[in-house]
Design a protein around this ligand. Sequence first.
Ligand SMILES: Nc1ncnc2c1ncn2[C@@H]1O[C@H](COP(=O)(O)OP(=O)(O)OP(=O)(O)O)[C@@H](O)[C@H]1O
Length: 471
Amino acid sequence: MLRSRNAGAAVQPTAPVPAQTVRFSTPVVETPGIFVLARWIARLVGLLVRLPVRFPVAVGTAAVSVAVWHAFGWVALAVVWTVADVGLLVWWRRWPSSFRRLVALRALAAWRWVWVYRRHWQPVLVVAGLAESYQERQYLPRIRRVTCSAWSDRVRVRLVAGTAPADVEQRVTELAHGFGAPSCRVTVNGPRDVVLEFPRFDTLAEPIGALPVPRHVDLAALPAGKREDGAPWRLRLHGTHVLTVGVTGAGKGSVIWSAVRAMLPAIEDGTAQVWAVDPKRMELSYGRSLFAEYADTGEAAVGLLEAAVSMMQDRAARYAGKQRVHTPTEADPFVAVVVDEVAFVTAYHPDRDIRRRAENALATLTSQGRSVGVSVLAALQDPRKEVLNLRNLFPDKIALRLDEASQVDMVLGDGARERGANAHLIDPDLPGVAFVRLEGSPAPVRVRAAFVSDADIDAMAGGCGRGGGAV
Ligand SMILES: Nc1ncnc2c1ncn2[C@@H]1O[C@H](COP(=O)(O)OP(=O)(O)OP(=O)(O)O)[C@@H](O)[C@H]1O
């Protein structure tokens, strides 16, 4: 075989390869000082033109103050300011919500724009790796607007052309720390248009007591707790199946009990039933009288699940060709099959036959039960496939505190962690806090389930809620 004489010789990295013996480089031309000065002046004029548009109230106030002072002197200015302050004070006391919306939150937004976001924008984004370079120039996403709600700042951002919202979603932790916020969530409005939401404080830090029992039960929107933005968190049960995942002590019981509590009037009037599987015998046994069916051993649990399958198939046979949607009635009530620690019957039970039968029954219920009014609400500690390979049959999932970062996407679906659903970082002192995905939005929402105490369950089981009043 012929070998080149140079084979194996070290190649000098600086030596030009034959095709590049002539190298072109851009000449450096010194910019005349007049151009630099003209550019600064142009930028200053641009800023002065934009200021009244961006901060009309602040600029208007300053302009009026200067005009009054110039025309009538400082005494007149002091009088005008005193009258304005008294007016604001009266507005605040008499109409606090409109004052808050139109004055306080707007002033706060302007302040946070200038002091927090404008000031730290470039260093934080560069260090977080969100600055792009092209032809030796640096390009940053641009702040379009900052607005404040009672609990968070929403920074609307125009992305650099050629970048994607996913680039920002992957840096939410850096952004949150960079701007001193507990978390950051990304919402995509449209092309190159995203909103970064930074909470200013944790609205879910205080536990929420059991919610009042609703007068009219909406099985598609059961009040179960509070969302981070202060709105009620409503859990859909009819027409879906819900999987609640969290480590021990994360608060799975509070989700289950809040749902049962919200169904109480329907349970009492016979239009809803709860069939409970309680392998730990600790969580659900307390309110046993509320359940139409109850099982606390492996054999009994499988029997209950298979009975639910038969009932569901009987309904499906009766509905076939006549009715496509289930409406709860006393004859055909909505059935919520509540399974606490579902892995006990699908993975941990020593009898293989029990595990197989339980898994088959759950697969049948979750794949066919929705349209005939049978829903499964299951709780689970470990979301891995080996433990519950049916997890994708649950359309709705709730991620309470999890063990590992990798479990977040297992529960809430791909991309949930990048969008800020840091369920593995939930404080152990905040049981009941969870991330959920609401219908029609890929952005995960942070919620806290209401805590239903033993006394509340006692009262519920004792029938105090009859008639739909608060228990
Ligand atoms: N929503 C909540 N708000 C406030 N405290 C809560 C809430 N949920 C649970 N807790 C507290 O945390 C404790 C553990 O909750 P819970 O038993 O529901 O956890 P779990 O996830 O079901 O745990 P395990 O899997 O071990 O049963 C409760 O005894 C209660 O003190």
